[in-house]
Write a protein that binds this ligand. Structure first.
Ligand code: 5GP
Ligand code: MN
Length: 340
């Protein structure tokens, strides 16, 4: 058997050149990075004269519908038809797509989530990328496709949202190099920010009010606990999708270092989203519950009584904060430097 020692990105370039029909998918309940990566890739493949179909399990959130190509993404639980390859972006495992039938094709896996399951025929994984779209940017360049305004808009959208508007520790100099190139390619950052953050409905604002009014803190005051169920959403005139982004608001309080957000699905089943500041690794917490994500943004789905669940998550997050405190103390001892 021939071994292939070339870099994954080069293998992907060769695999794309040798093929014609592509299906592109990303994770269910899409976000800015999944949509941005997928459509930047779609426009790049179009530029190469390829046949491209984008398929997702769920529609994009309302604000993202304003970006080029997003309303054309097919929404389906399975993919029909024949393709030469499936390019999957932003998914730690193939099941995250929520789309069946992708495993019938030659699978190219492009992702930045720690713990990626290497489910593709080609696997390109880079946990140092602040957004999967940073990888797509490199691939577009490696393919020799010019950075059009449409491609650049999707890459910028992905980076803006996946860094929590340039808040998370995943940001690197490369992040800003790519953003600079996107702006030079014609991206209007003011318009992108307005479309993403300032084009919501009134129900969403009222629901934010209701959920934040009911917010609780752990005894240390460092962990915020937020909760929503269908009744709260209905009363406020909003939907679950409208709670997108709400989780970041408690972190705007100086003393709050982590947030856990419980969304009731049905009965005792809950979607849990978590966010943290700095070195607090809530990705590890999510993993303990069968979920995943990054150091500062992660999630999982759990079952149980809400009171017991809240107690359990506070314990785990508290430990993650203590671990970080330990590291900080070690660092300070290590440098031998006093405080300023
Ligand atoms: P969110 O809280 O916005 O749903 O997710 C935050 C981050 O955690 C995202 O990067 C997402 O991919 C990851 N994540 C959320 N839920 C899950 C899950 O159930 N499994 C895995 N593996 N990752 C998740
Ligand atoms: Mn991402």
């Amino acid at each position: 058997m021939m071994t292939n020692n070339t870099e994954p990105i080069q293998q992907i370039v060769e695999a794309i050149r040798a093929r014609q029909r592509f299906v592109l998918s990303s994770h269910s309940r899409p976000d800015g990075d999944s949509i941005g990566s997928q459509l930047a890739m779609a426009y790049a493949l179009h530029a190469l004269g390829k046949d491209v179909v984008a398929v997702n399990a769920d529609p994009a959130p309302g604000p993202l519908m304003q970006f080029p190509g997003v309303p054309d993404i097919r929404i389906a639980p399975r993919v029909d038809g024949d393709f030469d390859a499936a390019i999957i972006m932003e998914c730690g495992d193939l099941g995250r797509t929520g789309v069946e039938g992708l495993d019938r094709f030659f699978v190219i896996n492009i992702d930045h989530h720690p713990g990626n399951a290497n489910y593709g025929q080609i696997n390109w994984f880079d946990a140092s990328a602040a957004a999967c779209a940073e990888m797509v940017f490199e691939l577009v360049r490696a393919l020799g496709v010019p950075l059009t305004t449409d491609i650049a808009t999707h890459i910028y959208l992905a980076i803006l949202t996946d860094t929590g508007s340039f808040h998370y520790s995943s940001i690197s100099p490369r992040t800003f190099d790519i953003c600079r190139e996107c702006l030079e390619a014609g991206v209007d950052p003011v318009l992108v920010a307005r479309n993403v953050y300032d084009s919501n409905n009134m129900g969403r604002l009222k629901l934010f009010g209701a959920v934040l009014s009911a917010m609780q803190l752990d005894p240390t005051g460092r962990i915020a606990i937020v909760y929503v169920d269908h009744e709260m959403a209905r009363e406020a005139g909003g939907t679950y999708e409208d709670t997108e982004g709400l989780i970041n608001l408690p972190l705007t309080v100086k003393e709050i270092e982590a947030v856990v957000f419980f969304k009731q699905i049905e009965g005792d089943e809950y979607r849990v989203s978590m966010r943290s500041k700095g070195d607090i690794d809530i990705g590890a917490v999510a993993k303990e519950f069968g979920g995943g994500g990054h150091k500062n943004a992660a999630g999982c789905t759990v079952r149980g009584g809400i009171d017991a669940l809240q107690k359990l998550f506070i314990e785990k997050i508290d430990r993650a904060i203590a671990l970080q405190d330990g590291r900080v103390a070690e660092l300070q001892e290590g440098t031998g430097r006093g405080t300023l």
